[in-house]
Design a protein around this ligand. Structure first.
Ligand code: ADP
Length: 667
């Protein structure tokens, strides 16, 4: 076993690797960028080396700096984590040439699987089934279009160097082909520096089922069963589980064995994942191989009871696989959700900002949290917006899902937008509980995954009680004598009980309440003509939920004041109620339509200034966090001017264009 390793990564995966290294008595060296000076992964490692700058290409992607850091600290091996240089054959080779061990497969294996098209050619030879399509070297528009027409629309364009759903476009018809091709190439160039495309038949209702494989250099190879990662947005996974539901033992073994064969065919070593699309009729097709540890590896760890990072370190240091196939079995079921800083209600636009509040659920008893951040940390535009992975393991799928939902209800994040509420709705939903899965689960079930408006209103009522309960005592008539009966909120007043007006804004919409404090946490809450009897009582300790009553409903709720907002965490929903009275700028919240929602670059103006557009017409493309985001016209009207040139970098909040709504049509 190694005595010291360097982790060429950051965030949760760096912390994850450090955890196992500590357990094995292996010392760790972290690397960190400027923005990560106080990051958890740096603090948890035994030593750390600074990589000046922030952009990945100045820091976590600079091979020479990483190698120099390893040399300077005497590390014997480098763990690349996932993302960054983890699937970079040049890096794996440079590590080897520097006399160090790359904790992963050989550069040859990485190259063999590095390009999706090269991997397909290899798999074709090995008789592994492929999705019909074109993956040739000729990259003329006409050739790619001919490939698409040969299989028939809809098709999927993919960057051969792709990953993370980037550089991918579904094309419904020939008319949309040329725009989609240029968009996909642009995204591929900016993310991977390679615009090569392949085209595949777009399957109607596939599931994403992937097999975890592991091989050592002594000729042993095993599969650690499969994961279903069908629940995705933008072709990126957000919920993963193991084992895959509704898979027969026979199909499981067949897929597992083809995966091991595929790995052995390239003399693979270490952890790898073979991704398949599983069609409704039970046929499966090879998609790609990921030659590294996956984000979702914890669900496999849970069901097989093994530590995959430990396996990686053992195999990389020359040991045999800790277990062989016949020693591996599935125990129960595990589900993981990826909590990301993003706006699930606005096309999953990444969100950045400070984690002003981050309270984690009770862990243990099958609930695990992998994260690289804590309260007070920032989610910056430089790196992946994933905040944490929450994993639940139970004897059955239902038990795991219920545990996960409970844990999500206790997880409280404020300061930026997250997908936590959506994840809670997913794992609690009937289609998920019935394991009715396919890669368009989110679109297909959009109607059941919407936020519940009546719950939001209850959240506003709860916030109104929270505010009323914390209004300071009225000043006493005789000065600052807090013992005076006049000094208390519940003081008798000759004009009758004290009415407390409360105004909060839910997504910019004002909600007005008038509360009468009836003492001991009880209130009469008036909203319009309706009066509701309510109560709110703090929990037994500082981080326990409040108990509440609203009319006939009783329950528990977390309420936190975060800056100028009250954040209500109610049954998995995260309801932020702004306190407009506390805002000083006095700006109309409705003017933000054309502000850049995050730090990024203007890619293209999609219409000419002065052109009239319909509601929903895309008008400008912004690139942020390596993804393209379109901003659309909110109503029919005219783009009067673009305020930021194509190619320019913009801060979030920058006004991008001016827009004039068309006058309503005469009746
Ligand atoms: P990446 O490497 O960018 O993650 P993948 O090739 O792994 O891209 O595909 C990501 C996801 O896109 C898959 O999990 C699946 O949901 C969807 N997908 C990929 N290929 C197809 C296809 N041919 N038909 C339908 N969906 C597909």
């Amino acid at each position: 076993m190694f005595s010291k390793i360097l982790i060429a990564n950051r965030g949760e995966i760096a912390c994850r690797v450090i955890r196992t290294a500590k357990h094995l008595g292996v010392k760790t060296v972290a690397v960190y960028s400027d923005a990560d000076t106080r990051a958890l992964h740096r603090l948890e490692a035994d030593e750390s080396v600074h990589l000046p700058g922030n952009l990945p290409r100045e820091t976590y992607l600079v091979m020479e700096k990483l190698l120099a850091a390893a040399k300077a600290t005497g590390a014997e091996a480098i763990h690349p984590g996932y993302g960054f240089l983890s699937e970079n054959a040049t890096f794996a080779r440079a590590v080897r040439d520097a006399g160090l061990v790359f904790i992963g497969p050989s550069p040859e294996s990485i190259s063999a699987m590095g390009s999706k098209s090269a991997a397909k050619i290899r798999m074709e030879t090995a008789k592994v089934p492929l999705v019909p399509g074109y993956h040739g070297a000729n990259q003329d528009d006409a050739t790619i279009l001919a490939g698409a027409k040969a299989i028939g629309f809809p098709v999927l364009l993919k960057a051969t160097a792709g990953g993370g759903g980037k550089g991918m476009r579904v094309v419904e018809s020939e008319a949309a082909f040329s725009d989609a091709l240029s968009g996909a190439r642009r995204e591929a160039t900016s993310s991977f520096g390679d615009a090569t495309m392949l085209v595949e038949k777009y399957l109607a209702r596939p599931r994403h089922v992937e097999v975890q494989v592991f091989c050592d250099r002594h000729g042993n190879g095993v599969y650690l069963f499969e994961r279903d990662c069908s629940i995705q947005r933008r072709h990126q996974k957000i919920v993963e589980e193991a084992p895959a539901p509704h898979l027969s033992a026979e199909l499981r073994a067949r897929m597992g064995e083809s995966a091991v064969q595929a790995a052995k065919a390239i003399a693979y070593e270490g952890a790898g994942t073979i991704e398949f699309l599983l069609d409704e009729d039970g046929s499966y097709y090879f998609m790609e191989m990921n030659t590294r540890l996956q984000v979702e590896h914890p669900v496999t760890e849970a069901i097989v009871g093994e530590d995959l990072v430990e396996w990686q370190l053992r195999v990389a240091s020359g040991e045999r696989l800790p277990k062989l196939q016949h020693e591996l079995a599935i125990h129960g079921h595990a589900i993981e959700v990826r909590l990301c800083a993003e706006d699930a209600e606005n096309n999953y636009l990444p969100s950045t900002g400070t984690l002003k509040l981050m309270r984690i659920p009770h862990l243990g008893d099958g609930v695990r949290l992998d994260t690289g951040v804590r309260e007070g940390d920032a989610v910056t535009p430089f790196y992946d917006p994933m905040i944490a992975k929450l994993i639940a393991h139970g004897a059955t799928r239902d038990e795991a899902a219920t545990k996960l939902a409970r844990a999500l209800e206790q997880f409280r994040i404020a300061g930026l937008k997250t997908n936590a509420a959506l994840l809670h709705r997913v794992v609690s939903s009937a289609p998920f509980r019935a394991a009715d899965l396919d890669t368009r689960f989110l679109e297909r079930n959009a109607h059941v995954l919407k936020s519940d408006e009546s719950l939001r209103f209850q959240g506003a009522q709860l916030a109104s009680m929270f505010i009323a309960a914390s209004t300071s005592p009225v000043p006493s008539a005789t000065g600052n004598d807090t013992h005076s009966p006049w000094a208390h909120v519940d003081a008798w007043e000759p004009v009758g009980p004290r009415r407390i007006p409360v105004m909060v804004e839910d997504k910019g919409v004002p909600q007005r309440f008038s509360l009468v404090d009836e003492g001991q946490g009880r209130f009469a809450i008036t909203h319009g003509p309706k009066v509701t009897a309510g109560s709110l009582a703090p929990g037994v300790h500082v981080d326990a939920p409040y108990t509440y009553r609203l009319g006939d409903t009783v329950g528990t709720v977390y309420v936190h004041r975060v800056d100028d907002a009250i954040c209500v965490f109610l049954q998995g929903e995260n309801i932020t109620l702004d306190l407009p009275a506390l805002r000083f700028d006095g700006k109309d919240p409705g003017t933000g339509d054309f502000k850049a929602p995050l730090h990024g670059r203007v890619v293209a103006h999609l219409v000419a200034p002065g052109a009239s557009v319909q509601a929903g017409t895309p008008v400008i493309v912004l690139e942020a966090m390596k993804m393209e985001h379109q901003i659309v016209a909110p109503a029919a009207g005219t783009v009067t001017a673009f305020l930021c040139a194509e190619g320019s970098l913009v801060e979030d909040g920058t006004l991008l264009l001016t827009f004039e709504k068309a006058p309503p049509a005469a009746k």
